[in-house]
Design a protein around this ligand. Structure first.
Ligand code: ACO
Length: 325
């Protein structure tokens, strides 16, 4: 097993005040609460206020995680922020969070985009940078204002996503048992149009190629299940851990049926999986830290527990991490 010396020291979240229920959504788009709940498990999602930015949400979640870790912003020397909805093309949203929280100028700050796997890519990167000994405390954030990147007339996508932020503070473990045991990142080079935002980057947004999420849901569903099952098995085998030794799985919260399929294939009962997709929908890179924080707050994760994090996203990126809490 790898070193257990770098651990998650604190977690935090932020979710916008406005709740958008399926019933409210079905007033403006041709859908129903029954369809959305049956096909996805989603009942409601949060929508950020017009003036509220990804950086605002990220800073709130980060402040919560810093307090939870029992340190102060001045102790942070690395900020990695995973997002596909940055405030601006530049500077990085991580730099905006640094300023909002008064994180010192010695801190390295950058954004990372691996779509819905972004948080796990950021966690792995922070783990390596902390293990090098050149950084002491990393703030790792996943934050998204996906409501700005949705076609609110496309019922196949707009019902799935929401806005939120989650964060963790990582640093040297404070006891002999807790720490990140392993992490594995991967990407299946699939056709981008399975899950993409066709315009709005270096190819400008046009009516044909808008800056909104487009997806071939059925294809993504199948690849997502296979990818998350594969990565979970690989990590468990690598660390000689059996599925039943995992106290809690924190899966990317995209669709309850995807989570149920992974539970089925791993032969691990659903009560070991933390689920909050019903209340937030898919919040992309915010999904895992948001679920991790809530699982911890609800007592689903206790000191010494083995926790498995698994995610997939556009790319198709996927990844997993094994943590001893
Ligand atoms: N309300 C009512 N009907 C709808 C809706 C809706 N919101 N959306 C689609 N439908 C209709 C379709 O038009 C279709 O109608 P038809 O049979 O008359 O053509 C019917 O419902 C079935 O549509 P499908 O797409 O086949 O439905 P499916 O059971 O596959 O569920 C879903 C769709 C929920 C999108 C599913 O495929 C899924 O969850 N896929 C994975 C999505 C995902 O996880 N994305 C991750 C994004 S991660 C990231 O990196 C951003």
């Amino acid at each position: 097993m790898a070193s257990t010396s770098i651990a998650i020291l604190g977690t935090g979240t932020y979710s916008p005040e406005k709740v958008l229920s399926n019933d409210e959504l079905s007033l403006s788009v041709d859908t129903s609460d029954e369809w959305i709940v049956t096909r996805t498990g989603i009942r409601e999602r949060r929508i950020a206020a017009g003036t509220e930015t990804t950086a605002d949400m990220a800073a709130s979640a980060a402040a919560d995680a810093i307090a939870n870790a029992g340190i102060s912003a001045s102790d942070i020397d690395l900020v990695i922020l995973a997002t596909l909805t940055p405030d601006l093309p530049m500077p990085a949203t991580a730099c905006l969070v640094q300023q909002k929280l008064g994180i010192p100028e010695k801190a390295a700050c950058f954004d990372l985009n691996a779509a819905c796997t972004g948080f796990l890519y950021a966690l792995d990167t922070a783990w390596a940078m902390l293990e090098s000994g050149r950084y002491r405390h990393a703030l790792v954030v996943g934050a998204e204002k996906l409501s700005t990147m949705l076609d609110w007339n496309d019922r196949a996508t707009c019902v799935l996503f929401g806005d939120a932020a989650g964060a963790v503070v990582m640093g040297a473990s404070r006891n002999s048992h807790s720490g990140i045991l392993g992490s594995r990142l991967a990407t299946i080079p699939l056709s981008p149009d399975l899950l993409w935002v066709p315009g709005g980057g270096s190819s400008p947004a046009t009516p044909e190629e808008p800056r909104v999420i487009r997806m071939k849901g059925k294809e993504v569903f199948k690849v997502a299940v296979r990818a998350m099952e594969d990565i979970a098995r690989e990590i468990l085998e690598q660390h000689q851990v059996t599925a039943d030794q995992i106290a809690c799985v924190i899966p990317h919260q995209a669709n309850l049926r995807i989570i149920e399929a992974i539970s089925h294939y791993l032969k691990l009962p659903m009560d070991r999986f933390f689920v909050n997709v019903d209340r937030y929908g898919n919040t992309s890179s915010a999904s895992i830290p948001l679920a991790l924080h809530e699982a911890h707050q609800e007592g689903r994760i206790r000191p010494g527990d083995l926790v498995l994090l698994v995610a997939f996203g556009a790319g198709l990126t996927y990844g997993g991490a094994l943590v001893r809490w």
